[in-house]
Design a protein around this ligand. Structure first.
Ligand code: ADP
Length: 235
């Protein structure tokens, strides 16, 4: 679903935020991209939705080399990859329902289809009873759920959650991870960027570890390597 082949991103000030990064994420996987602040996690998602260009390498999303997508089709790429931001990005003077509606507007649905979809999304994230509230009336965990509902509006194949638990206490953060697991179990490929190693300790997700822009560890590779060694031992 996503292939990074030797991707390098160097910002104008000389910072190398992605350093020859290569990995592949299959359809339906749940992958955590971990690493401390500044490791390159946000740069990775910005590159996937072509918010920024890369200096070297290739990024393939759902079969398309994204560098070759004409500018007019970038909105279609961004419908395939829903992004949940740590800071929610909700409009404070709009209700929760209206905030979700804004994400639905671009899809050109009829009014009744848009209302149906909005209600589905609010149900999915457990906020049907908060539709008429304003963001200020919601807790951090609830606001993050609105962010998830908005990101899912166009039925993306991939959901990228950038530090979705960053502003939350551990119990609320775990509930958001469970929500992402539910979404993943319904077929959406989920990538979650996080620096919160404590929160992730009890989960068995595949993890890609970034450090200063370099991919230094991929548990999937580690596992297959370990399996290979085990089978060799038996021989
Ligand atoms: P993370 O999301 O893991 O915290 P980022 O992708 O935001 O990491 O940043 C990776 C590195 O790139 C950091 O050193 C950061 O300071 C730098 N960086 C991020 N955005 C820019 C930018 N627009 N211009 C210059 N450097 C940047």
């Amino acid at each position: 679903m996503i292939i990074f082949d030797n991707v390098t991103k160097k910002y104008g000030n000389g910072t190398v935020a992605l350093d020859s990064v290569s990995f592949a994420v299959g359809a339906g996987e749940f992958v955590v991209v971990e690493g401390p602040s500044g490791a390159g996690k946000s740069t990775l998602v910005k590159a996937i939705i072509r918010e920024i260009g890369i200096n070297n390498g290739q990024i393939v999303v759902d079969g398309d080399d994204i560098a070759k997508i004409p500018a007019k089709n970038i909105p279609l790429l961004r419908r395939k990859v829903g992004v949940v931001f740590q800071d929610f990005k909700l409009l404070p003077d709009r209700t929760i329902a209206e905030n979700v509606d804004l994400a639905l507007d671009i899809l050109g649905l009829s009014e009744s289809d848009a209302t149906t979809r909005r209600n589905e999304l609010l149900n999915l994230v457990g906020l049907a009873n908060k539709a008429d509230d304003f963001p200020v009336q919601l807790s951090g965990g609830e606001l993050q759920r609105v962010g998830v509902a908005r990101a899912l509006a166009p039925k993306p194949k991939i959901l990228f959650a950038d530090e979705p638990t960053g502003n939350l206490d551990s119990k609320t953060g775990s509930a958001i991870i469970h929500l992402l697991e539910d979404i993943n179990s319904q077929g959406t490929t989920v990538i979650m960027a996080s620096h919160d190693l404590d929160l992730l300790r009890d989960y068995k997700f595949r993890r890609l570890r970034l450090d200063h822009g370099a991919l230094v560890h991929d548990t999937a590779k580690h596992v297959s390597h370990a399996k290979k060694e085990a089978s060799q031992d038996k021989v």
